[in-house]
Design a protein around this ligand. Structure first.
Ligand SMILES: C[S@@+](CC[C@H](N)C(=O)[O-])C[C@H]1O[C@@H](n2cnc3c(N)ncnc32)[C@H](O)[C@@H]1O
Length: 274
């Protein structure tokens, strides 16, 4: 697939209207991502905490439709529209564009065409490889662009993304949910294998879902990932942590085990990461 030209001007303009009310670009972008992720998880309390922060700063004085909470919702709708139109990592593109105006955040992610090539080299979507369910790992996932490209090639794989940057981990959790992928998203350092928090996204024919894992589940996930890295489960069908948990979501593939090291398509490389 050719690299899509992602025009994010409309979304950036909407977020910019909020920033001009005296917030930093980083605060606006972070709050937008958090609001989306809390809404996707039906987590009212942390969602309303953010809304209250804006309310306390006079947000209700703006006319209906122009309050910051309305503009956040508008930007969410625009994001969905752009994603449907481009089939690309629009959230990451907004981050790249919006981060340019900020000293507090911003970086560039891998261009879509390069992600396509890397997924091909890693054997994602290889039709000859039918033995086990593939696991696609990006240990420095940024906004999850590589995982999304891989997800289009092989939507029934299990995806694992890790990033030490909380904002990137949250963008990845949101994106994996939007793309309706089965994924684990970890916030933590891949080099020291420290996990601070993690989310699971689940495929469903009605659309993806996302939930944050509790401490015990994060610990289980940590063990599973550590085992996978240490190559101790080769040939051993070990289900991923939450495959034994009744999450209420349907599974599009049977509960297959994974011989992770042999089937793992690792996309991430630390070269070029910050
Ligand atoms: C240039 S981005 C690449 C993102 C993505 N893989 C892509 O190609 O678009 C590098 C990412 O690596 C993350 N990173 C750097 N060192 C890391 C580490 N030790 N553990 C986890 N993430 C790390 C950064 O936070 C950043 O989001």
């Amino acid at each position: 697939m050719a690299s899509p030209q992602i025009d994010v001007d409309e979304i950036v303009e909407t977020l910019e209207q909020i920033r001009q009310r005296g917030h930093s670009a980083h605060t606006v972008f972070r709050d937008w991502v958090n609001l989306m992720l809390f809404a996707l998880q039906d987590r009212d309390d942390p969602y309303l905490e953010i809304v209250d922060d804006y309310r306390e700063r006079g947000d209700m004085a703006h006319p209906d439709g122009q309050r910051s909470v309305d503009l956040f919702a508008k930007a969410f709708g625009q994001l969905q529209e752009r994603m449907a139109a481009t089939d690309a990592d629009v959230l990451g593109a907004v981050y790249e564009e919006y981060g340019l105006s900020s000293d507090a955040f911003g970086q560039h992610f891998t261009p879509h065409t390069v992600c396509e090539t890397m997924a091909k080299i890693a054997g994602v979507g290889d039709e000859n490889d039918t033995e086990d369910r593939q696991t696609v790992l990006d240990p420095a996932c940024g906004s999850s662009r590589m995982l999304l490209v891989a997800g289009r090639k092989q939507p029934d794989a299990l995806f694992v993304g890790q990033d030490k940057d909380p904002l990137c981990a949250r963008m990845t959790a949101s994106n994996c949910c939007f793309l309706n992928l089965d994924a684990y998203v970890i916030q933590g350092d891949s080099l020291t294998v420290e996990f601070q928090r993690a989310w699971q996204t689940l495929y469903s024919s009605l659309g993806g879902s996302v939930r944050e894992l509790d401490d015990e589940e994060v610990e289980e996930l940590h063990e599973w990932v550590t085992d996978a890295f240490e190559n101790t489960v080769e040939g051993d069908n070990q289900p991923s942590p939450a495959q034994g948990t009744d999450t209420g979501a349907e599974e599009r593939t049977p509960r297959v085990g994974m011989s992770v090291p042999s089937e793992q398509a690792s996309l991430g490389a630390f070269e070029g990461s910050d």
